[in-house]
Design a binder for this molecule. Sequence first.
Ligand SMILES: [Zn+2]
Length: 471
Amino acid sequence: MATTLISGGTVVSAIGRRAADVLIDGESIAAILAPGHAAAYGITPDTVIDATGKYVVPGGVDAHVHMSLPFGGTVSADDFDTGSRAAAWGGVTTIVDFASQTVGLDVRETLAARHAEAAGECHVDYAFHQIIGDVNEESLEAMTYLVENEGVTSFKMFMAYPGVFYSDDGQILRAMQNASESGALMMMHAENGIAIDVLVAQSLAAGDTDPKFHSYTRPEELESEATHRAIKLARVAGNVPLYIVHMSASEALEEVSRAQHMGLNVFAETCPQYLYLSIEDHLAQPGFEGAKWVCSTPLRSKHEHHQKDLWKGLRMNELAVVSTDHCPFCMKDQKELGVGDFSKIPNGMGGVEHRMEMIYQGVVMGEMTLERWVETCCTTPARMFGLDKKGVLEPGADADVLVWDPNNTTKIGIDDKHHMAMDHSSYEGFEVDGKVDTVISRGRVVVQNDTYVGSKGHGKFVKRGLNKYIH
Ligand SMILES: [Zn+2]
């Protein structure tokens, strides 16, 4: 097997940093060596990557992405090929996408179909969560089967989107009880979709049809109420581990914090868009521009406390993970479906390429430590979702490595760094400190010298174990 030595860098983990060299043998990390010690052990690597002045961190794990997701009469613009390639460009070496069971569908068939879509297409490793949108005897049985046989150990449900993905409280409780038995993790899109639909209808009837009304009809109360309800249902279902996705609002975060103080198994993620973007500066841009930033949960007002509180939540571990909820739609032919009616704008934005960059900027701004950047973007998502060989640089772990240059900068925008299959950038004009230098996926260099050298089909499906914070 070919050996690679990443020498001269500072290895950063979730718990500290030190000068060290990383030895890769084939697809795995073989050793972390004191600087310059490879020769003393008689090791002559086939390849040496000079990381002098750079950080050497685990490859990013993005636990929430949607490639080729059918939504609102269209399909998200990145497929597994383009989306996983953009992930690699962003220093992300594992993505977790979703198989989706909706009413009338067979869970195992939807998972098999998703496997068929992704097989041979991915540039980095991938795994799946399973969406459960129709709770019945068969789907409950299938949930157990997936945990025991398929390496799919987390299930996502929706309190939003009535008629599409929505489950009522009784259905959610039944699925949670099942997960409590099997040891699986429940993921929740926590927004009160029944109430939101009333507000949407009223807004449209009043002629308030611009993109910004997407946010005004999804007030934070309806996110925090659903978060609260999900927490209570999870407790009734035997304190099943619960993971709230894409948290955007202060009040919802308070619900999570309170549950954690009670000792409940409640976790949450946020996404870069909620830390940087706002109604005023983005969603409420003139004309139809704001459609670019229509996603659910929605962007919030910059005049409220959300961004400050979300950063604090990340520091305090109330928010354990940063994901992207990557779900890009082009303006042309896709977002445009909602001209004159914001409720018809496909929900989602692209960001899989920029998470490491945008959260590293939080380190630069003093919002979190370098170690916490690694923890929230690499290590915790791997442990949360049972990706046992990902998210750490340790002997025996997969050789997924990001060499990060802190002395460089990254300019984000459609004519700058932009490799996603969308006709605009959610972060157009952002210029951040730090830069992806070299990316290694299971021992293979995929990005180096601003050049893509990976290939479609290198990425493999990864079977996941159980959540490592409970089990
Ligand atoms: Zn999502």
